[in-house]
Design a protein around this ligand. Structure first.
Ligand code: BGC
Length: 737
């Protein structure tokens, strides 16, 4: 592979741009982030140069949104006597992404015939002030004196290449979602204001250049055109002298402040940042990252590669999360790519959320508040699907409306509604944030319980409730009946709603009354929920003490997985979706995931039986699968399996295991699942009884694993070490002093 692993970052010596490297070198601050394309690349690759902002969507077609590839403000390059830097031959090339502070740096010597110039370009999206991006260009002519022209640009040509949901059809038509509505030329930079076509989001970008004292400007020139804004300055460079050009950029959108204030805001902010300068802005950014690492870092001794990869995982989970913004969630590819049109899935609540719960609870709460803010959209969606209460759509963007265009998945993959509730309950149990329960979560529990009541079908003959026309996490199972994952989560959702009502009645009477009257809850409704809890069908083979994935699973045609799938490429590329639905193979962790979510609901024998039956027929055609398998394998003490699955998840993007990291971006749920495999699997943490307990199952080559985490408002430390004889000292957990 073209990536080198270092414990403080990743680097590459490959000077060529390619989409794989651009994906893995993604960096950002959650508010905004860029693929790792070079600042000095002036070629026309308007949809490949991805620069995405949380919550900035436009409409692709009526009712269907897309995350906007916002205009590229990163352009900064130097011409050597009119020759383009990007096309020059490069030597001593190194590009590094530092996890410590999110700085992406490129360094090389560019050759123009006999002339050589050393280049260093470093950039970061400030975590301390998310509206600020800074780029530093350092140029050192090595063996010549001559005219150098700095070119700084705001590129208005950025566009999207929308990708079909079904993952098979290819599109070649690009769409430009923004139009330029205002511009200003500044003495040392410029400003452009854009508006999205349909959602009418205003985006203002401004920059100024700061030069080192030895840059004696000979001429300056700036211009605005349909293509954007170009700013040029020329100076004479002498051999062996280093010249520093800083491009300081400020970005605001009408999601942050009122449209008519944006221009002033951007310019004032820019002027303040210009006064602060690169070094101070970098220090502030470093301090913000240091605060995040303090509660998030994981130390692995004995395995440098895994140490690097887990830090990469953590880095990307932070870099893709708008931790302060309660109006957005995290897309399946975060801000790293427009795959899935930037939409949010259950990926957030089930796969990524635990990382935030235990390292930055405020960020976790904001992710859940997004669901609360879109509760009305979930109510609308339930109505549209002729159901009651609130049903969260399968794929959503800024307004919480259904964005899924695959009819069967959108219609039957209903478990997401209970996944959202599970996420809220998990957050509340881990943080003790009762206020969130009172102000937001309780209402969600009740409205979603109503949905489940309307979604079950009562069968008079058997006196049971069935979930018909349903699809569980395993999307290869057809539209089936009584998917155990879905039914158990629905029952859990109903139970939680009833328990919460009891709790409110006993301890928070006003909230109880407010909700009863706001939602018009009736006693007979609650009795019906009780009845469903007792009588919902949970497919289970008594003889084998084995939970069945659903009621039609055993009717499917067996397939020899080992024979049919020898690589990691999803089978839907070779066997059509329709045919896959009739084979007894599983796309991704389904019952095995259920065991991870409810470890106390299954006996050890039942867990083992589920593993033995389902693991061999699981294809892992979704990247959500490996990490969860690693987690359960570690808990079951299956060392080799745990290690192999963990590596698949941990190196999924870094090693391009599915061969789609370049074309689709980073897999955020897999990042979250890797972290969970480490936390709940290798560290073996359980937090069910209000007191963290550890049962470590470390891989053989790790001599130590330690990290801190937040639980019930306190900081805890986990440590597991191997002694001189190779045996493990018990993991310890205590409150940090
Ligand atoms: C998986 C879903 C997942 C989605 C987005 C699909 O391939 O089957 O479970 O939510 O990708 O990551």
């Amino acid at each position: 592979m073209e990536i080198q692993y270092r414990t403080d970052g990743i680097s590459t010596q490959n000077p060529h741009t390619n989409d794989f490297l651009e994906s893995v070198f993604f960096h950002g601050n959650g508010y905004i982030g860029a693929r790792g394309f070079p600042c000095e690349d002036q070629s026309q690759r308007p949809h490949q140069k991805g620069l995405y902002m949380a919550g900035v969507f436009d409409e692709l077609k009526p009712g269907i949104t897309d995350i906007v590839n916002t205009p590229n403000f990163l352009g900064l390059t130097v011409k050597v006597e009119d020759q383009d830097l990007h096309n020059a031959s490069k030597s001593a090339f190194c590009q590094q992404l530092s996890f410590r502070d999110g700085v992406l740096a490129r360094e090389y010597v560019a050759s123009f015939g006999q002339k050589h110039i050393k280049i260093r370009l470093s950039r970061f999206f400030s975590l301390a002030d998310v509206h600020t991006t800074v780029i530093r260009l350092e140029v050192t002519p090595l063996d010549f004196e001559g005219e150098l022209t700095v070119l700084a640009a705001l590129d208005a040509t950025s566009c999207n290449l929308p990708i079909q949901d079904d993952q098979v059809k290819k599109n070649t038509e690009t769409v430009r979602y923004v139009e330029t509505v205002d511009s200003s030329l500044l003495e040392d930079g410029g400003l452009l204001v854009y508006k999205t076509r349909v959602t009418r989001i205003t985006i203002a970008q401004a920059f100024c250049l700061k030069l080192s004292d030895n840059v004696q400007v000979l001429s300056r020139q700036n211009q605005v055109s349909e293509q954007g804004l170009d700013y040029m300055l020329t100076f004479r460079g002498r051999a062996q002298e280093t010249y520093v050009i800083d491009k300081i950029i400020t970005v605001y959108t009408s999601r942050d402040i009122h449209t008519h204030q944006i221009k002033d805001m951007v310019l004032n902010h820019l002027s303040l940042n210009g006064d602060k300068g690169y070094d101070r802005l970098l220090k502030e950014n470093e301090a913000a990252w240091a605060r995040r690492w303090e509660t998030s870092d994981v130390v692995i001794s004995g395995d440098e590669r895994a140490q690097c990869a887990i830090r990469y995982t953590i880095f990307q989970l932070i870099a893709n999360n708008a931790s302060q913004d309660s109006a957005v969630s995290i897309g399946a590819r975060g801000l790293t790519h427009a795959r899935y049109k930037g939409c949010y899935f259950w990926d957030t609540e089930i796969f990524m959320l635990p990382f935030y719960i235990y390292t930055n609870p405020e960020a976790a709460k904001n992710l859940l508040l997004y669901r609360y803010h879109t509760l009305d959209a979930a109510r609308e969606h339930a109505k549209k699907m002729t159901a009651a209460g609130a049903r969260y759509p399968w794929m959503t963007s800024y307004d919480g409306s259904e964005q899924c265009e695959s009819w069967d998945i959108g219609a039957c993959e209903v478990h997401i509604t209970a996944d959202v509730v599970y996420g809220m309950d998990h957050y509340i149990r881990a943080t003790g944030d009762t206020q969130f329960l009172l102000d937001q979560a309780a209402e969600v529990y009740l409205e979603t319980a109503r949905f489940w009541e309307s979604r079950f079908t009562y069968d008079q003959r058997s006196d049971h409730y069935n979930m018909l026309f349903v699809k569980g996490p395993d999307e290869y199972c057809g539209a089936t009946q009584n998917n155990t994952y879905t039914n158990m989560l629905a029952v859990y959702n109903l139970t939680l709603a009833l328990e919460t009502l009891k709790f409110l009645e006993a301890q928070h009477k006003e909230v109880h009354e407010r909700l009863i009257s706001k939602l018009g809850l009736k006693t007979d409704e609650l009795l019906r929920w009780e009845d469903i809890i007792q009588k919902a069908v949970i497919p289970y083979d008594k003889e084998k003490d084995l939970y069945l994935q659903d009621e039609t699973f055993m009717l499917l045609e067996p397939l020899d997985v080992a024979r049919i799938k020898s690589d990691n490429i999803p089978l839907y590329h070779r066997i059509c979706f329709d045919r896959l639905q009739r084979y007894r193979v599983i796309k991704q962790a389904d019952l095995i995931l259920l065991v991870a979510l409810f470890p106390q609901k299954f006996t050890q024998a039942q867990k083992k039986a589920i593993w033995d039956f389902y693991e061999p027929i699981t294809l892992h055609d979704s990247t959500l699968s490996y990490g969860i398998h690693a987690l359960i394998a570690a808990q079951l003490g299956l060392k080799e399996k745990a290690w192999n699955y963990f590596c698949k998840s941990l190196y999924l993007d870094l090693d391009n295991i599915m061969e789609n990291t370049g074309s689709e971006g980073l897999h955020l749920a897999a990042l979250g699942a890797s972290w969970q495999a480490l936390f709940f699997g290798f560290a073996g943490l359980s937090l069910e009884d209000g007191m963290p307990k550890a049962a470590p199952n470390l891989p053989d080559n790790w001599s130590e694993l330690r990290f801190t985490f937040l639980f019930q408002g306190k900081q805890w430390r986990f440590e597991a070490k191997r002694d001189e004889n190779g045996s493990m000292t018990a993991g310890t957990v205590f409150v940090d002093q």
